[in-house]
Write a protein that binds this ligand. Structure first.
Ligand code: ZN
Length: 297
């Protein structure tokens, strides 16, 4: 279900590619299960639901889509093992609910190239034929990828290999839609991306700021609200955990100053919230919540 609101005069929509079930330990790293299960209790296989939210921004420079979810090229076996919905076009269906189709997107900004963030970049030309050609999902869009992320994805190591799949970006190179960028970007008046290394070497977050209001789309710099409240809680996925902690400290300070609306990409309970002070430090006061557990719907 999409959520729509304005940041100043800029209309924004949180859309989703659905959810998958991921081992709880991978999201909470060194944190013992007895602590993180107070936030979200796992199923009998120790899995928790992880949302795959994306952000649509109706910016002055055109329609910007931040991340594209897991997409539909994955096999039925993979979907089963990750507890995914077996329907196709989940993200497109959500986008249509707020009035947009794939052809309307002008810019796709990828926070990074892990498969659950960029799998929807491309699709099979015939969804029923797993051998059919892989083509760009958004035919009129420029796809922006950080140079360092492209390098890490192109030359993965033993640890990162399982997250990167060239079919998610190579067709964009062939079609001329791939645009490599280096460092922070001003995408449009009021919309900018900022690198926040830690999860990967050049992960980026997105700020939308207009009319005295701010939104911060955190991506995997802080994918659950609990990770914003507890700086030491860092996912096992993160390649450089100490940089993740410093990055979160920095983002948390800015978000507090600006009273920014925080968007959590994977959190199954807190979709958006704002930081407010408490006697135990800053806590996230939820604004939009959803409960996607335990029935998985
Ligand atoms: Zn990631």
């Amino acid at each position: 279900m999409p959520y729509s609101f304005q940041v100043g005069s800029i209309p924004c929509h949180i859309v989703s590619d659905g959810q998958q079930l991921i081992d709880g330990g991978s999201f909470f790293g060194l944190v013992p299960r007895v602590l993180w299960e107070r936030i979200i209790s796992p199923d009998e296989k120790n899995r928790i639901p992880a949302q795959m939210r994306c952000l649509l921004v109706q910016s002055p420079a055109g329609l910007i889509l931040v991340d594209t979810g897991q997409g539909d090229k994955i096999s039925a076996e993979y979907r089963r093992s990750f507890g995914m919905d077996d329907s196709n076009l989940r993200l497109e269906a959500d986008m249509r609910r707020v009035g947009f189709g794939p052809e309307d997107v002008d810019i796709v900004l990828l926070t990074h190239l892990h498969a659950d963030h960029c799998g929807g970049n491309t699709r099979r030309s015939d969804p029923a034929d797993p051998e059919s050609e892989v083509v760009p999902t958004f035919p009129n869009a420029r796809y922006l990828i950080q140079r360092l992320e492209m390098a890490e994805a192109t030359f993965p190591n033993e640890r990162t290999r399982g997250h990167y799949f060239p079919e998610n970006w190579e067709p964009l190179r062939s079609s001329g839609q791939l645009e490599i960028v280096d460092g922070d970007q001003e995408l449009a008046a009021g919309v900018r991306s900022v690198t926040a290394p830690g999860h990967t070497g050049s992960m980026q977050v997105v700020w939308v700021e207009e009319g005295g209001e701010s939104l911060l789309f955190l991506g995997d710099a802080c994918s659950w609200a609990a990770h914003m409240e507890r700086l030491a809680w860092v996912p096992a996925f993160d390649l450089e955990p100490m940089r993740s902690i410093e990055g979160k400290r920095n983002l948390r300070r800015q978000a507090e100053e600006k009273e920014a609306l925080l968007v959590f990409q994977h959190d199954s309970q807190v979709v958006t919230g704002r930081l407010r002070p408490s006697e135990h430090g800053a806590v996230v006061e939820p604004e939009i919540t959803e409960e996607a557990w335990p029935d998985g719907s």
